[in-house]
Structure formats: C-alpha cells, structure tokens
Design a binder for this molecule. Sequence first.
Ligand SMILES: NC(=O)c1ccc[n+]([C@@H]2O[C@H](COP(=O)([O-])OP(=O)(O)OC[C@H]3O[C@@H](n4cnc5c(N)ncnc54)[C@H](OP(=O)(O)O)[C@@H]3O)[C@@H](O)[C@H]2O)c1
Length: 311
Amino acid sequence: MNTQLKTQPTVFVIFGGTGDLNARKLAPALYNLYLEGWLPEHFAFIGTGRTKLTDEAFRERMLNDINEFSRSGKVTDEQWQGFEPNIYYQAADVQDAKTYKDFGKKIKALEADWKTPANVLYYLAVAPNFFPIIAENLAKAGLTEDTERTRIIIEKPFGHDLESAKELNALLGRIFEEKQIYRIDHYLGKETVQNIMAFRFANAIMEPLWNREHIEHVQISVTENLGVGERTGYYDGSGALRDMIQNHLLQLLCIVAMEPPVRFSAEEVRNRKVDVLRAMRRFTPESVREQAVRGQYASGWIEGQQVPGYR
Ligand SMILES: NC(=O)c1ccc[n+]([C@@H]2O[C@H](COP(=O)([O-])OP(=O)(O)OC[C@H]3O[C@@H](n4cnc5c(N)ncnc54)[C@H](OP(=O)(O)O)[C@@H]3O)[C@@H](O)[C@H]2O)c1
C-alpha cells in the first residue's frame, strides 16, 4: 500500500448525496476504500442534496445503500462503527450562494479538528445543468484557490454535443488548473476493462500477436442485465449513443486499438488513445444511415420473465 496516499486528510464533498449515483456507486466505493485501508486516518464524507436529513438519517441511508450495493457484502457492526462517524450531511441547494459558505465553514471546522489542512474533492453527482453553477459558486466562495489540495470530479455526461462540451471545458479551465479536474468515466474502473491493458501489454504471448497481421476484426458488445427500468425519461433525453458510445465504448475501442504508451502515466496513455481517435474514419450524416443499425426493444421474455417494451 502506498503510505504517501494515506497520509493526507481528505474531505469528499458529494453533490447529489441523496441520488442514485451515490447510492449505487460512490458510497459503496468509498466504503470499500475504507475497508481496504486506502483512506487516510482523517477523512470526511459530506453528502448534500435539497432533501432535509440529519447526519444520522443520512448515515442510515448510506448503510442501507452499502448493504445493498457493495461488492464486499453486508456491513458488520465493527466496520460500520469505524466508518460512520466520518459521514456528514448538509441540506443545501446548489443554486444558493450560502450553501458554499456553509461548506467552507464545515471544511474549516474539520481542518481545525484535525489540526492540518485537508485535501478536498468536490464530486458532482448531480444533473449536468448544475455543473457550471457549482463550479462558479465554488470559485466565488474561494473554495477552489488551493490548486494543490482541491479537485473537482465530473461524471458523464460532459456536455451534450461538441459545442457544449467545449463550453464546459472552457468554463472549468477558467476556474481550475487542469490537474484539478477529473472527468470520470467509471467504465474504465471495471476490472475487465482494466485487465485489457495487462492482457495486451504484459502478456508475452498476446503482445506480439495483437496487430492487424493476426486479428481480422474486433467486435465490442455491451450486454447488460439491467433494462432501462424507470429511466425512460433520462434515456429519451440523452439517447443510448450519448449515454454509452461516445464515452464508454470509444474508451474501450481506444484501449483495444492503441499503440503501447512509452510509460503508463495518465498523459501518455491519453496521448495514445487520441492517436486512435485521430486515425479513425469518421461517419458522415450520409454514411451513418448505411453503416449503423439502430433499434429499440419491443416487449418480450428475458430468462423466463416477461418484460415491457421500451415504450
Ligand atoms: N446513476 C448512475 O449510475 C450514473 C452513472 C453515470 C453518470 N451519472 C450522472 O450522475 C449525475 C447524477 O445522477 P443520478 O442518477 O444520481 O441522479 P438522481 O438520482 O436524480 O440524483 C440527483 C441528485 O441531485 C440532487 N439535486 C437536484 N437538484 C438539486 C439542487 N437544486 N440542489 C442540490 N442538490 C440537488 C438530488 O438531491 P435532492 O433531491 O435531495 O435535492 C440528488 O441527490 C447525472 O449527471 C448522471 O447523468 C449517473
């Protein structure tokens, strides 16, 4: 374990602490980091949302979510007693400037308690229309000034088209230094995806064969057990292409097709991925009609269960 990583007290501020992303992914992930000893001695997890909750009620929610969604199974009393006191909740509207003053005070109080400055991560698990509002308000409240200690983490979707993605990038660039901005694609954290790199570059049998002389074609299939469920509204707004392909699947394609990076630093890996994207033939509005097939599910049966159609 990297002891340097462990030494820095850290505050995780989760905008959207009452939402689905926190329940299913972030809370279990942080808890597992804690279990595996990756969190520093001093850490705090501040969830936010407009819902009025006490710290205790939020802790209870997190416990239920972790029990339901964590890969490490049900929480034991002993583990929870160590983790729980580090969880806080602040009812807050992200559009209200006072929210950010309150965060500032809370972070200062934790730092005073710990007798040392903390790293602060702002995780934006809220609808994308709030990304600019939060970034600007954080800056106005002076919460982004320490470029060594503050980070902002943005989930997909990063804009809804090229222009809006560029706008968001430009806005973040005015407020943060690049090293402070993490654009998260959680797909890349999946074990199978992470294994592709090792499989390709550290495997003496595969490495010399992984090229156009030996591979006829590549198919990337995304099969999910989870249906659209209650998320029709979200899907209708974003579409499967934006939700899956331009982010997760293009990343996978890059990992499968990229040249070996000179070293496995974030920047070098990113550069080799960009090479792949630059080398790709682009669809044109005309060619897409001939080269892409799209469809929506009708009602039917999956593993013996009747399931509804998309509409
Ligand atoms: N869910 C996933 O698996 C997933 C995966 C990848 C990316 N994402 C992205 O992550 C983001 C969040 O998704 P989600 O599924 O978690 O959405 P969600 O369940 O609808 O949660 C939205 C969160 O935003 C909070 N919120 C809404 N308006 C607010 C306001 N004015 N002030 C403060 N908080 C406010 C809500 O809290 P209150 O209701 O308490 O105000 C809630 O905690 C979206 O951008 C989504 O595209 C989600």
